[in-house]
Design a protein around this ligand. Structure first.
Ligand SMILES: [Fe+2]
Length: 258
């Protein structure tokens, strides 16, 4: 099976890097390296060899460890075809459906997930029966979605969230590009005040919790955009919306100003 080590970087950006690896073969891949030294130390402790660096997208906080990690490990750097000249050290393109890595019955497969930027990939851990987890970069966060003001488009993000992320199975684990639990929960309290599940969930929340899609569907205001709790808040704020898409876009706009 594919093992996962989340690596939280104690910077104001609250980035996550991830090591995904096989204990059987010792083969490892690093998603969005931030602190190359820490990642190298951890890979040595695990006894695995980093063969590839996988960038979800081109923003510097997701690629800043690329060159140092590549130099030390001779790993291949992968990214979206349209980010070729923006990702430091990028060697190879990944396209929708590519399989990056397999371990026994499990694989790490590429999804093309534009919106936060136009060259954004997500990585899906799956077995033949189900999707087990998703590395969502800056597309989907705990209790929120990515912003679109550094090269993205909220309309495209809406398409990606609704066509791909909303249909993920309840048991799928979410591995986002940043730990934004605190701020996103505060925004949720503001915009979705009547959500009793959130109160219950918060009482069990641990630092750096990895959530399931089942929880995200019940916590994330962008998934709960058609509830009366969210819609009544928008009406109270004098926000106008016509359809599902415009509720999503209104939430994104309000979160930008939060
Ligand atoms: Fe980003």
């Amino acid at each position: 099976m594919i093992e996962i080590l989340p690596i939280f970087t104690n910077s104001p950006l609250r980035n996550y890097s991830y090591l995904v690896y096989s204990n059987r073969t010792g083969e490892a891949y690093c998603i969005d390296p931030f602190d190359a030294k820490e990642i190298l130390n951890l890979s040595q402790k695990l006894g695995v060899k980093i063969k590839g660096i996988l960038n979800t997208h081109e923003h510097g906080d997701h690629t800043q460890g690329n060159l140092e990690l590549k130099e030390e490990t001779k790993a291949i750097v992968y990214g979206h075809k349209d980010a070729k000249h923006k990702i430091p050290g990028m060697d190879q393109i990944l396209n929708e459906g590519d399989i990056v890595f397999t371990s026994e019955e499990e694989s790490l497969t590429v999804w093309d997930t534009p919106g936060h930027t136009f060259s954004h990939l997500s990585f899906v851990r799956k077995n033949p029966k189900s999707i087990l987890g998703i590395f969502s970069g800056d597309t989907l966060f705990n209790v929120g979605v990515g912003n679109c003001f550094r090269g993205g488009d909220p309309n495209v993000l809406y398409e990606t969230i609704t066509s791909r992320f909303e249909s993920l199975p309840d048991s799928c684990l979410l591995y986002p590009g940043h730990d934004y639990w605190d701020n996103n929960l505060k925004f949720a309290e503001h915009i979705d005040p009547e959500n009793s599940y959130r109160k219950e969930y918060k009482s069990t929340l641990k630092p750096f919790q990895i959530s399931k899609m089942e929880d995200e569907k019940k916590l994330n205001p962008f998934f709960r955009r058609n509830t009366t709790s969210v819609k009544d808040s928008l009406i109270k704020l004098n926000e106008k919306f016509l359809d599902d898409r415009s509720v999503f876009l209104t939430l994104r706009k309000l979160r930008d100003k939060w």
